[in-house]
Design a protein around this ligand. Structure first.
Ligand code: HEM
Length: 514
């Protein structure tokens, strides 16, 4: 008999033995916990042996399923999936405990097979544990990519990309719809890639799938696998189901892309470039040649892990927000008209909307806040991990517990937002001073505390500039004689949740009656 024929049988037998062993451990654990524990654990919905609460999360969007459960079990609850326990937070007060009061205890990230592989063994910022390496990487991203040092280049590139977007819309034949997902993606990817890598690697020949498919696959993989929650048996399932192969393929495609970018920067050091014209990777490559003041020296893998964070964190989130914002604006004719008249009044008769004009656009800022309240692109943020035993809301939280903060639910909490919580109503911010990632944690689209999104201040500015320009030059309609209010708003995705159907709208050059 060939070894390839025996192997599956052997693996299946092993899997069954392991399954029985896990059952035995589980029942023993249940018995010991029923004998009484000194800990007062948060309420938890009834669970099945082995799978825990998994069945309650299947079928629905995870953030919506958890929100429903929290209505019954409270703003702090504990759920189990396989061998892992999760603390689920669904109110501003509890989010404040995690992200501010006890931020030092909840500032780590859980490990998973996917994050380990895709971050070059936790060398990045978003998924790495809370340690000195994370601190150094985050400092670099903030000072060399998002901060004022790069502002001149960033502004210039953004203006160029949005000019291109407006020009391509102007060339669109009248009454023909455009796919705004694609146009926003082209503009934002162009912007991020040029600032980060010096050029848009759009035309780069890739071994694998298209760039968009590659990123979608990465997001899906980052969501985790069965093996993360069901040790042993889950790991077999990951192997048999092809998940491991998918992870390896995904990593190798992404790594090949990132390797090209980094190698090009290593091989073509630009000598005569002033600091504010250098792209991010160029600066990183230069920094990797020397130690910094605290004796830290970047490796090539560190640089690649940072590029990975920029690619996965910096583009999709912004595009998804732009698409949600335009969908909500177009569905609400009153809001679209009010917003356009603000944008056109503040800008006046000019060639372009200027950054300074945008500082006067109070309603635009409210529209963006309202978009992020109802449609936070990362509805469950990135999971946090508790690093030592503590108490939250009177309940014990054990070290190693993964914490899920339901930002989507927090943004739709009627006790904060009133009865019209599901309505897109930007005016609610007129009398409400809500601060992203701080204040009373009424909404947390960028998370909070030391693991909050480092682009919390810069990403909204990119969104404002893009929306102001396309709403200044064009009036917008839903295609095919459909009523604007009937635009489909279904969601799709888990780590990043986007509008399920692409947004097709008809741009009509605005008729300026001067
Ligand atoms: C609308 C745009 C964006 C939204 C809504 C957003 C949202 C978020 C959220 C919810 C988190 C997790 C926070 C937590 O776990 O508490 C996060 C983390 C992060 N974001 Fe963003 N983000 C956006 C844009 C960006 C951009 C442009 C970048 C640039 C590279 C970026 C880089 C990161 C990084 C590196 C982290 C990990 C921070 C850490 O773990 O220390 N994000 N973001």
């Amino acid at each position: 008999m060939e070894i390839s024929n025996i192997l599956p049988l052997m693996l299946l037998t092993n899997a069954l033995v392991l399954f029985m062993f896990i059952m035995f451990l589980y029942i023993r654990k249940l018995n010991s916990s029923s004998m009484g524990s000194a800990h007062k654990l948060p309420p938890n919905p009834p669970k099945y042996p082995i799978i825990g609460n998994l069945h309650q999360l299947l079928g629905n969007s995870r953030h919506q399923a958890l929100w429903q459960l929290s209505k019954e079990y409270g703003p702090i609850m504990q759920i189990h999936i396989g061998s892992k326990s999760f603390l689920v937070i669904s109110s501003p007060a509890m989010a404040k405990q995690i992200l501010q009061t006890q931020d030092h205890i909840f500032c780590s990230r859980p490990i998973s097979q996917a994050t380990k592989r895709l971050t070059y063994n936790y060398l990045d910022i978003a998924f790495s544990p809370h340690d000195n390496h994370w601190r150094e990487m985050r400092k670099l991203l903030v000072s060399e990519f998002l901060g004022p040092k790069r502002a001149k280049l960033s502004n210039h590139v953004l203006v160029t990309e949005i000019d291109n977007l407006v020009s391509s819309l102007s060339l669109n034949p009248s009454n023909v719809s455009v796919n705004l997902n694609n146009l926003f993606l082209a503009a934002i990817k162009g912007f991020v890639c040029k600032v980060a890598f010096g050029k848009n690697y759009r035309a780069q020949p890739l071994k694998g799938p298209s760039w968009e498919v590659m990123l979608d696959e990465t997001m899906e993989i980052l969501n985790g696998s069965i093996g993360d929650s069901f040790p042993w048996l889950g790991l077999f399932i990951d192997q048999f189901s092809g998940w491991n192969a998918k992870l390896n393929k995904c990593f190798s495609n992404l790594d090949a892309y990132i390797e090209t970018i980094v190698d090009e920067h290593h091989n073509h050091t630009i000598k005569e470039t002033s600091d504010d014209e250098k792209d991010f990777v160029h600066t990183l490559v230069e920094l990797s040649k020397t130690q910094n003041a605290s004796g830290y020296r970047l490796t090539k893998e560190d640089v690649k892990a940072l590029v990975m964070d920029v690619l996965t964190g910096g583009i999709d989130t912004t595009v998804v927000t732009l698409v949600w914002a335009m969908s909500e604006i177009v569905r609400n004719t009153r809001i679209m008209q009010k917003l356009q008249s603000e944008i056109r009044n503040c800008t006046g008769k000019k060639e372009k909307v200027h950054e300074l004009d945008i500082t006067k656009m109070a309603y635009l800022k409210m529209v963006i806040k309202e978009t992020l309240r109802l449609h936070p692109p990362a509805p469950l943020l990135i999971p946090h991990e508790c690093v030592s035993h503590t108490k939250v809301g009177g309940y014990d939280v054990l070290s190693g517990t993964t914490v899920i903060i339901n930002g989507w639910g927090i943004g739709r909490n009627p006790s904060t937002w009133g009865d019209n919580v599901n309505e897109f109503y930007p005016e609610r911010f007129e009398n409400l001073d809500v601060d992203f990632g701080g204040g009373n944690f009424e909404m947390v689209p960028f998370g909070g505390g030391r693991r909050s999104c480092p682009a919390m201040n810069t990403a909204p500015a990119t969104i404002e500039f893009t929306l102001a320009n396309i709403l200044y030059w064009f009036d917008w309609e839903v295609p095919g004689g459909m009523n604007n209010e009937d635009l489909n708003m279904q969601e799709e995705g888990s780590l990043v949740v986007r509008k399920k159907l692409p947004l097709y709208l008809v741009p009509m050059k605005h008729n300026w009656e001067y």
